[in-house]
Design a protein around this ligand. Structure first.
Ligand code: ADP
Length: 529
């Protein structure tokens, strides 16, 4: 940008102005004349000057008075002004001149070189200032743009999260019904040919549920919204649980599925057992998928037995097709598979390893791989857990296999979805519990007010009044019964924010849909009097 600084020359004598203009003719500036103090004041209101050259003795208002007036305007507070005077060395004028805000004096008759040099300094200072101002305003503009872009991005992320939360609920609700219905059908002693079909139904619905969970998890991790729980759990049981859930598939493919746990692993440790299961399920699932003969081994070793933070090495070893070296670094990226024929032959989305890797690294570990095509793959990672005070889990109760009778247990099921109502009541009636249904939160609050229950199973999203508000309403009623009545949320939501909210409104726990009948049983059984 080319800056043309303006200089105001104030003098009642036009010949003096000519003389100054001549001296400064070679500078790259625009010179503007004022023949009186008033004219000068008026011009400073209309122009931005780099410098004023001010005569002192003028008829009307003199130079000092003019400068005082000019300084009154805020934008002129720092405007450089040089007095040009024949009597500058008299002390009176000097003090008065400085008081009125001059920056310098130049004596008449003017010494040309010195004068041009001084003016030049101010011209250059002005130019530098202008450049800086421009830079600052450009930066401010960029900052504004960045801020705007950030807001848009945040808004988009929020919308995405909201969309996923809504969609997950919408998809999970009917899917729950499918899974639960399949579970029920299986309980009703089907013929062998029917059992085959039920199993296909269960398998496909389960897969669909996994896919939705994967997408939800991925988006949650993506937006940094994931939190980890710390609970007591039994690592041996967890691994055997993972093994059991894949046993059917392994047997079908003629594969051996082995768990090897070091003796040194303590019976109970603390950490996020759900996420650990998820990690292992992903890895073992892949191992089975990409292995056609041989065996899959899940191995756990204790690598550092620090009293507070024991560290374990987990390995999932297979004897499968292996992964070519040049593909090994890519398979951890989202939506990436080792070969384009993978989806066709084996299915999958390419999200599993990206999620698994993130889940491990967010807990301080690294997922690594050793693999040789044709020989097999070993996925391994280290994770630290917390030592537990306990030697045995109370939740072992949960593993009991046979269900005793719940005669006398009065359960209120609050659920708007007819299929879900039916499924929950079917299980409850099977266990001899007394079931009452409320189709939304408002009805539930009325029922609780007029009848006594031992436990309430509360859906969260319902028309008229949702589960959170209904619980709040119940808790706010007068009397111990309303304060202590156990309310268990039935939620299809995988979002932890929702789980936090469950406790905030005063619920006692939650069951994630599609519920495992065993979990439902053991969560309500303690309320049998
Ligand atoms: P998906 O299995 O859904 O395709 P993943 O992210 O879990 O996605 O895996 C990405 C790719 O890594 C797979 O498609 C496969 O090509 C390769 N892969 C993962 N685990 C194994 C394994 N145990 N043996 C051979 N290839 C594997």
């Amino acid at each position: 940008m080319d800056i043309l600084p303006k200089i105001l020359i104030v003098d009642d004598n036009v010949n003096n102005i000519y003389a100054i203009e001549k001296l400064l003719a070679d500078l790259h500036i625009e010179m503007i004349r004022a023949r009186s103090g008033y004219e000068a004041i008026e011009l400073t209101a209309r122009h931005e000057f780099a410098l004023i050259l001010m005569d002192v003795q003028m008829p009307g208002i003199d130079g000092f008075e003019t400068v005082e007036m000019i300084r009154k305007e805020e934008q002129n507070e720092l405007l450089p002004i040089i007095y040009i005077t024949a009597i500058y060395n008299e002390n009176y004028y000097r003090t008065k001149g400085l008081k009125s805000g001059a920056v310098d004096f130049i004596a008449k008759p003017i010494i040309a070189d010195m004068f041009i040099g001084k003016v030049n300094i101010f011209v250059n200072l002005y130019k530098q200032r202008k450049k800086l101002e421009l830079e600052i305003s450009q930066r401010a503009e960029i900052e504004r743009e960045l801020h705007k872009a950030k807001n848009i991005a945040e808004e988009a992320a929020r919308a995405k999260q909201q969309f996923l939360s809504t969609m997950s609920h919408e998809i999970r609700t009917p899917l729950n019904a499918i899974i639960n219905t399949a579970n029920l059908l299986r309980e009703e002693e089907p013929r062998p040919d029917q059992l085959d079909n039920i199993e296909i139904l269960q398998f496909s619905a389960g897969n669909l549920m996994n896919l939705i969970n994967d997408i939800l998890d991925f988006s949650k991790i993506d937006s940094g919204k994931i939190e980890f729980e710390t609970v007591d759990f039994d690592l041996r049981k967890l691994l055997n649980g993972v093994r059991q859930s894949f046993e059917y598939e392994a047997v079908k493919k003629g594969l051996e599925l082995v768990v090897q746990i070091s003796e040194a692993v303590p019976p109970v440790i603390r950490g996020d057992s759900v996420r650990l299961s998820q990690i292992l399920i992903n890895l073992v699932g892949n191992a089975i998928k990409f292995t056609n003969k041989g065996k899959i081994t899940m191995e756990v070793l204790v690598i550092s037995d620090l009293p507070e933070r024991p560290e374990f090495l987990f390995k999932v070893i297979d004897t499968g097709i292996g992964i070519p070296e040049d593909k090994q670094q890519f398979i951890f990226e989202s939506f990436t598979q080792a070969s384009s024929s993978t989806t066709r032959n084996y299915g999958g989305t390419g999200l599993g390893l990206a999620i698994t890797k993130k889940l491990i690294s967010l807990q301080g570990g690294t997922l690594e791989l050793n693999s040789k095509p044709g020989e097999g793959s070993t996925f391994f990672f280290k994770l630290k857990f917390i030592k537990s005070e306990k030697n045995r889990l109370e939740e072992e109760m949960l593993m009991k296999t046979s269900f005793g009778s719940l005669t006398g247990l009065r359960v209120l099921v609050v659920e708007d979805n007819l299929v879900n109502q039916k499924i929950v009541s079917k299980f409850l009636t099977k266990w001899d519990a007394t079931v009452n249904i409320a189709e939304n939160g408002r009805v539930a609050v009325e029922k609780v007010a007029h009848e006594e229950y031992d436990v309430v199973l509360m859906d969260l999203h319902m028309p008229e009044m949702n589960g959170y508000d209904a619980t709040k309403a119940i808790r706010s009623m007068e009397g111990d019964y309303f304060k202590n009545l156990p309310v268990i949320a039935l939620t299809a939501s995988a979002f932890l924010e929702d789980r936090d909210k469950i406790y905030t409104v005063g619920m006692s726990g939650y069951i994630i849909k599609p519920f495992n009948p065993r979990e439902l049983y053991w969560k309500i059984e303690p309320f049998l009097k």
